[in-house]
Design a protein around this ligand. Structure first.
Ligand SMILES: Cc1ncc(COP(=O)(O)O)c(C=O)c1O
Length: 383
């Protein structure tokens, strides 16, 4: 059978997680928390399942969850989306990203991907007949080179995927980035698909600026979020999309035939759980402690790094230590040091190897300390 995605195989996340498990290594590769969710949230799921909230909910999501999410957006981002016409609950941010692309990308359209990039953007473009156009982020700090984006615009440019806080680098967009993007698409029919799954994980007092918080960008943007990432329940696969009414209408046409709707008791549980804002306002502090612990340990190793500003990932450079390919080092670290990570070349369309590795620090303190201890033996592999 002719493949529609001939270049896609098993993702590196699956490969490294399997290797980590086969080798009995500490798995700092795939991006999922190594700790449980708040028991209050889990109890709410029990409560709503037992109460019989187990049949199909409304296609766009239960109104209570859409309302409280709109209120959260007002509190954290300063604008109030219309829960009826602008908010849709979906099966994970992955669905939101795909449905948004399906809603706007037509055959032959060009869509920008700023790389290194999360792996679900490209298939969402390709399967909808579009052509990904890759624009590299700055190697030094993964900020956007706006001139390069501007230079890549053609008459066929239809959309741009953006991601802040950024996976894998942790770069957090500034107000100036938002203004640059607004400037770039002004007067053009270019839509923005904004992946904001790490919206609540920022450090050192930096604040996540949703593209929805920018009045002009809001008119052209699908804001895609993930309750799974925010509340340490990635396996629930529940997220959302906020977009203006006309865009939401098109988005829902796709959502309706992708999944139709999203798991009912989790929606009720999240609606009640979100009533207390401290439950999401405390997340930056929670993760800051982990990031600080992780980077303080990393500074005892030979890796070079810039502290991550957001997300639960930390990048490290090893080019000054070895000529080894990043993939080889990641595999050897898993087998010989028993610590798994992700080689960052996989986030580039041409698999460009800048000798950078990505660690996920969303793990229990003891596990992070043990991993850091093992990483001190890095020279054993590099020698
Ligand atoms: C940048 C980014 N976007 C989207 C997702 C997927 O989110 P969800 O599990 O809600 O589909 C991930 C998960 O790793 C991610 O890192």
């Amino acid at each position: 059978m002719e493949s529609k995605l001939p270049h896609i195989g098993t993702t590196i996340f699956t490969v490294m997680s399997k290797l980590a498990s086969d080798e009995g290594a500490i798995n700092l590769s795939q991006g999922f928390p190594g700790f449980g969710a708040d028991p209050n949230l889990l109890e709410l799921v029990g409560k709503y399942t037992m109460k019989g909230f187990n049949q199909y909910p409304p296609m766009a999501g239960i109104l209570g969850l859409r309302q409280i999410l709109a209120e959260k957006t007002q509190l954290t981002q300063g604008y109030l989306p219309d829960p009826e016409r602008e908010v849709t609950i979906v099966s994970g941010a992955t669905e939101a990203l795909f449905a948004a692309a399906s809603a706007v990308v037509r055959r032959g359209d060009e869509v920008f991907v700023l790389e290194p990039a999360y792996d679900s953007y490209e298939p969402a473009i390709t399967l909808n007949g579009g052509k990904p156009v890759y624009v590299p982020l700055e190697e030094k700090d993964f900020s956007v080179n706006w001139q390069s984006v501007r230079d890549a615009i053609t008459e066929k440019t239809r959309a741009i995927f953006v991601n802040s806080p950024h996976n894998p680098s942790g770069y957090v967009w500034t107000k100036s980035d938002l203004d640059e993007l607004a400037d770039l698409i002004r007067g053009r029919e270019i839509f923005v698909i904004s992946d904001e799954v790490y919206e609540h994980i920022t450090f050192d007092g930096k604040k996540h600026l949703s593209l929805g918080s920018h009045k002009e960008l809001r008119e052209k943007t699908f804001v895609c979020g993930s309750f799974g990432k925010t509340f340490h329940v990635t396996g629930w696969k529940i997220g959302y999309c906020i977009a203006p009414p006309e865009m939401t209408t098109e988005f829902r046409k796709i959502h309706q035939y992708l999944t139709f709707t999203t798991v009912t008791p989790m929606q009720y549980a999240l609606a009640e759980y979100l009533e207390k804002p401290e439950r999401y306002l405390s997340i930056p502090d929670f993760y800051q402690k982990k990031r600080d612990l992780f980077i303080s340990g990393l500074s005892q190793t030979d890796f070079q790094f810039r502290p991550s500003s957001g997300s639960f990932f930390q990048l490290v450079n090893f080019g000054h230590l070895s000529k080894m390919a990043d993939r080889e080092l990641a595999e050897r670290m898993t087998k010989e040091l028993k610590v798994a990570c992700i080689p960052v070349s996989v986030f580039y369309s041409d698999k460009k190897d800048n000798q950078v590795l990505r660690f996920c620090f969303a793990k229990e303190e003891a596990e992070l300390l043990e991993a850091l201890d093992r990483l001190r033996d890095l020279n054993r592999i590099l020698a």
